[in-house]
Design a protein around this ligand. Structure first.
Ligand SMILES: Cc1cc2nc3c(=O)[nH]c(=O)nc-3n(C[C@H](O)[C@H](O)[C@H](O)COP(=O)(O)O)c2cc1C
Length: 174
């Protein structure tokens, strides 16, 4: 099973739209996926789910189980202040590394308002995932100036739609 992680807890995020489009593309290749949006984290996540409270929050435990049970992931990562959102690191810190991350496989998609396409964010996040034992697909997708590429809720610029298809096919084979 592939879980697509929306790497921000910002409401109505563009990352969420990209995740939905990615899920539709995977479906075209016959692959079922589920979307985990970090807006679904408990409101008091940092207090109730980390460190001495790891594993104690039933609401978050369902998310931990989803992560444990998934073999592959897509992380859709918006560029925030030159890197990935802090909530995404806090999310990883609340997981069971051995069950949720080690030995798993993932693809990374970076999006940005500016012209970097979250390139640094993807590098920073790759370092962390590799440390935790997740294998990151070499073809990391950077999508800069995202608003120029979208019509309503979808990326419609053909080159980038093709890149999502290319990456999703690689992830399926990975
Ligand atoms: C806190 C914050 C910091 C941001 N920093 C950057 C940045 O450093 N570079 C950039 O190109 N865009 C930056 N953005 C814009 C997002 O990368 C852009 O809106 C992204 O395409 C989609 O983010 P979203 O999923 O939160 O909608 C920032 C947005 C927020 C909310």
């Amino acid at each position: 099973m592939i879980t697509i992680v929306v790497g921000t807890n910002r409401k109505d995020s563009v990352s969420q739209l990209v995740a939905t489009q990615y899920a539709e593309i995977l479906k075209k290749y016959g692959v079922v996926s589920s979307i985990l949006n970090l807006t679904d984290l408990p409101h008091d996540y940092i207090i109730s789910c980390l460190y001495e409270n790891v594993g104690m929050n039933d609401e978050f435990n369902k998310i931990r189980t989803l992560m444990n049970d998934s073999e592959k992931f897509v992380y859709v990562i918006p560029e925030y202040n030159g890197s990935f959102p802090g909530v995404l690191k806090a999310f990883l810190d609340g997981l069971d590394r051995a069950k949720a991350l080690a030995g798993k496989k993932c693809a990374l998609v970076g999006i940005s308002a500016g012209d970097q396409g979250a390139g640094l964010a993807l590098s920073h996040f790759t370092d962390i995932l590799n440390y935790c034992g997740t294998n990151v697909l070499a073809y990391r997708l950077r999508i800069p100036k995202i608003s120029d590429l979208m019509t309503d809720t979808k990326i419609t610029e053909e080159d980038y739609v093709a890149k999502i298809h290319k990456q999703s096919k690689q992830l399926i084979k990975f």
